[in-house]
Write a protein that binds this ligand. Structure first.
Ligand SMILES: [Zn+2]
Ligand SMILES: [Zn+2]
Length: 508
């Protein structure tokens, strides 16, 4: 039995020929039909659930319960009664034969359906009516196969003598389950009767096949013993009871043969999954993405993990777990450079989700890894500064706001940011002068912004006017661009001094 590379305690259901590894259902990309390897993307070989199913002898109690449902039991009883009635009317020979064949045929057809369904992973007995779909062809083939086998044994008895004939008979009995299993698998009479195929199947299954035969013999003997036991007391009842029990055993045996086919599907060259497995295999895209990340994490392919997380953020922008996990991962693994990139993504996610309670603590965690970190977004910095001010951490607020006019010269909220900065400075001891300077600067910035706004408005009108007289050359449209406020021409307060002062007060 193979185990999943990433879940060493779980049986594998797939294997990757490229990576030469085994995976469980969880650790494969099952987005489309035909699961693929998360690592290399190649199509996986399904091991089916044969690898994970328990051996048939551990399932005996379930196997005996298998026909215990009203539909199967009615069929068992009715076919038993019919076959007993057939033996009781010897005077109508043809009718008796027809009746008997009908009874045996119905049971065989049903049993065979049980075998096939079990082999496909259905662990509940099929509906009786359901079993009779697909016509009489299969039944005729089964009867024909039985006749051929009987003839083979009879002929060898006749021509080769008791000893050799007995051996052939023994071999035929021994390979009967194999022939039936092969027939269910191939639905081809000739392939099923091929003795080499039967031998190959027995070899593939090995010892459990022998167990199945032993088990079959025990059942047959028990029917005989029962007959002896009851037969002496109630001869009339005995036949019916014997028929019912042997019919019941037949279904159990066919179920077990099917189960064997299911269990050894890999060796027998096909794959099926248990319906018990199928129910849990429906995964959401989010779960699949999570499994994908987990596989790469366990592979140690951190580059791919990072790529996948960023894909996840894009595809599932509201799935908090991805954002939180990635943050925790970077924090725990002390990935400073990655954290500097990701910090703002996470902060903006928290802000979008209105998790303001976590914003400041998260920011401090980032600072723990990267002490000089500042978010590359002006509005985030203002938001954080406002929160820190509320929490009374004024120095942090100053740090966030300081120098913003240089870094974010185009930021619309600059005047407000400097109003905020001046308020923060005003609360700090000995900073009244700086606070006043900041207030002045915020007014300057506001004025500048107003001028810019006017300019823009004028330009917009000019453009509209130009468009109205569209006869003019396109050159006129290319009006001189608005002087970008890349470098403020205003006299600015030297903000470095503020930092110096705050640094000093920090040291104090
Ligand atoms: Zn796994
Ligand atoms: Zn692979």
């Amino acid at each position: 039995m193979n185990y999943c590379k990433y879940h060493p305690l779980d049986g594998a259901t797939y294997s990757c020929p490229q990576c030469n590894i085994h995976q469980c259902d969880q650790c494969v990309d099952d987005e489309h039909k035909g699961a693929r390897c998360f690592v290399c993307g190649s199509v996986l070989e399904s091991l089916g659930s044969g690898n994970t199913v328990e051996p048939f002898w551990r399932r005996l109690p379930e196997a005996f319960k298998y026909p215990l449902n009203s539909a199967s039991m009615s069929l068992i009883v009715i076919t038993s009664i019919l076959s007993v009635v057939a033996t009781l009317i010897p005077f109508l020979f043809i009718l008796a034969i027809v009746l008997y064949l009908f009874a045996v045929g119905s049971l065989m057809k049903y049993s065979f359906t049980c075998l096939e369904r079990t082999a496909m992973g259905e662990m509940k007995a099929p509906d009786v009516m359901d079993a009779y779909q697909g016509g009489i062809k299969l039944l005729l083939q089964l009867v024909l196969m039985t006749i051929v086998l009987v003839v083979v044994v009879g002929v060898s008895y006749h021509y080769l003598g008791m000893a050799f004939g007995g051996l052939i008979g023994f071999l035929v009995a021994l390979s009967l389950p194999a022939i039936l299993i092969r027939f269910a698998q191939t639905e081809n009479m000739f392939e099923a009767m091929n003795p080499f195929a039967a031998i190959a199947l027995m070899a593939a299954i090995g010892l459990p096949y022998g167990l199945l035969i032993v088990f079959m013999l025990i059942m047959m003997t028990s029917v005989g013993v029962l007959h002896e036991w009851i037969g002496t007391l109630f001869p009339a009842m005995s036949y019916l009871l014997q028929a019912i029990i042997s019919n019941y055993y037949t279904i159990v045996m066919f179920h077990l043969m099917g189960y064997m086919l299911f269990q050894y599907q890999e060796q027998l060259g096909y794959s099926a999954r248990s319906d018990e497995d199928d129910e849990k295999s429906e995964r959401t895209d989010i779960e699949r993405m999570r499994a994908n990340i987990m596989v790469h994490l366990k592979e140690g392919d951190y580059e791919q993990v990072v790529t996948l997380y960023y894909q996840a953020f894009k595809r599932f922008p509201n799935e908090a777990s991805f954002f939180e996990q990635f943050f925790d991962l970077l924090y725990v693994c002390k990935k400073t450079a990655l954290m500097e990139d990701y910090g703002l993504v996470y902060l903006e996610f928290l802000s979008r989700k209105k998790r303001f309670d976590k914003l400041t603590s998260t920011f401090k965690q980032i600072l723990f890894l990267s002490p000089n970190y500042l978010p590359a977004s002006a509005s985030m910095r203002v938001q954080l500064a406002r929160l820190f001010k509320q929490n009374g951490d004024l120095k942090m607020a100053v740090r966030l706001l300081n120098g913003m006019h240089k870094q974010f010269a185009d930021f619309d909220g600059l005047p407000d940011a400097y109003v905020l900065l001046s308020e923060v400075l005003a609360e700090l001891p000995g900073m009244q002068l700086q606070a006043e300077k900041c207030r002045q600067m915020s007014m300057q910035l506001q004025r500048k912004a107003d001028v810019k706004k006017q300019e823009l408005e004028l330009q917009r009108q000019a453009k509209l006017a130009a468009e109205a007289k569209s006869t003019t050359t396109p050159n006129t449209r290319r009006a001189p661009p608005v002087a970008k406020s890349s470098g403020l021409t205003l006299e600015l307060v030297p903000m470095e001094s503020v930092l110096d002062i705050t640094d000093k007060s920090e040291k104090a």
